[in-house]
Design a protein around this ligand. Structure first.
Ligand code: GLV
Ligand code: MN
Ligand code: MN
Length: 413
């Protein structure tokens, strides 16, 4: 075995430790951004980064950034992923890439390999959707894609993002200024579990991501009239709940009309929550995804129209807001080719993939050359407590990450 073989036991014990930092009041392996457990998770990752020999800091947007200085200075290769999870999520989404990047740093140091480039490891803040309608928050801040309107966005209780950030140690003004200087970053790599069934179906060890899905995320607020459920005739109601339900079904119908397209209504809330009251107010949040940007624009237009029809038919008012609107992102061919070559040279089977999941890599791709390495997900399950990847399936991903760093270090300026 080569000295550059990832240390399986070390990786496994850190994965176990980080994945069990969970919110005990929530199902599954929950460590949602903007929670106490998320702070604990990021601090744990930082402590590993410190002990791996990185000089760490936390930027204005809560991103943990660690630097291993290179020989030449001034040019960087960046690795990263996230430590937050969805509610009721799994143990591998995000942290596989964070711990894999830290393992790469250790292997370099333990083997006295000094890169020319500085190696930068980032734990991105708040990758998963938060209650304010945003995801990939830390990477958006690093790339300058945040503004005051984002700070003013509210959750379902009317709290603003600006008022929630300080609980996670983030000053809203510093958040707006937390841009990273990507002019010095030669490339960015993210290791991640696939979160779908393709690698397992094809019996391949490594996925080389070619394109990351586009995601258009909406929030529809329906305002009707609160009335008595027993005495108000059906034809005089303004039932916001029914307009919301019709919109949920429209999301499904629109998504079924495309190729490789997805539509999901993941959140719905009725006010008041009472069986014997006609719903006064309903909020639906959801999203469309797909590989084709023009289809996403068309889906956005069709859903806005469908929600308006659902509302108008019932005398309900609707406000439709598209909170994020991220086009599909093709990753950079020199980097994807390097990953594919490395996988071949190391003797791992591989496949080229489309990512139906969103990633910080997709945001960073606007600023530098980006590549992603996927490892298989058991039964394709993810964003659920059953999410699982065998340790022996993760280690090849770390080896590919490390070897790709070494090759890019010598081929990129
Ligand atoms: C991130 O996990 C996403 O695809 O929503
Ligand atoms: Mn996720
Ligand atoms: Mn993820």
């Amino acid at each position: 075995m080569s000295a550059l073989t990832p240390a399986a036991d070390r990786f496994h014990s850190e994965l176990t430790e980080l994945s069990t930092l969970v919110d005990g009041d929530r199902p599954g392996w929950t460590r949602r951004a903007l929670s106490e457990t998320d702070i604990a998770g990021r601090h744990y990752a930082r402590s590993l980064m410190d002990s791996a020999g990185l000089s760490t800091r936390i930027d204005g947007a809560g991103n943990v950034i660690g630097v291993l200085p290179g020989r030449l200075g001034g040019r960087e290769i960046m690795l990263g992923s996230h430590t937050d999870t969805v509610d009721g999520g799994g143990r591998y989404d995000g942290i596989t890439g964070v711990l894999g990047a830290i393992e790469v740093v250790r292997l370099l140091r333990e083997n006295d390999i000094r890169l020319d480039h500085d190696l930068v490891v980032v734990v991105f803040f708040n990758e998963e959707p938060n209650d304010f309608g945003f995801f990939c928050v830390g990477s958006r801040a690093m790339t300058g894609r945040v503004d005051r309107s984002m700070l003013a966005a509210t959750d379902i209780h009317g709290r603003t993002l600006a008022s929630a950030l300080p609980d996670s140690g983030i000053d809203p003004e510093a958040f707006l200024r937390a841009r990273y200087d990507f002019s010095k970053v030669a490339a960015f790599l993210e290791l991640h579990i696939e979160q779908g069934p393709e690698l397992e179906r094809m019996d391949r060890q490594i996925g080389v991501v070619e394109t990351i899905t586009g995601i258009n995320h909406f929030r529809a607020l329906f305002t009707g009239r609160q009335d008595h459920a027993g005495t108000t005739p059906m034809d005089v109601r303004a039932d916001a709940g029914c307009a919301a339900a019709g919109t949920v079904l429209a999301v499904e119908a629109i998504a079924e009309s495309g190729t490789n397209t997805r539509g999901t209504s993941g959140q719905i809330a009725f006010t008041p929550e009472a069986v014997n009251v006609v719903t006064a107010r309903a909020v639906v949040e959801g999203e469309f995804r797909g590989p084709d940007g023009s289809w996403l624009q068309e889906a956005e237009r069709r859903l806005t129209e469908a929600a308006a029809q659902q509302a108008a038919a019932r005398g309900v008012h609707v406000e439709m807001e598209w909170t994020t609107d991220d086009a599909p992102v093709p990753l950079h061919q020199p980097i994807t080719s390097a990953i594919a070559e490395v996988a071949d040279d190391l003797g791992f089977s591989r496949a080229t993939m489309f990512s139906g999941a969103g990633h910080d890599a997709g945001i960073i791709a606007a600023k530098t050359q980006v590549g992603m390495v996927f490892v298989p997900s058991h039964d394709g399950r993810s964003h659920c407590p059953e999410e699982f990847t065998e340790l022996t399936d993760i280690l090849p991903g770390i080896s590919v990450l490390l070897e790709t760093v070494l090759r890019l270090d010598s081929s990129l300026t």
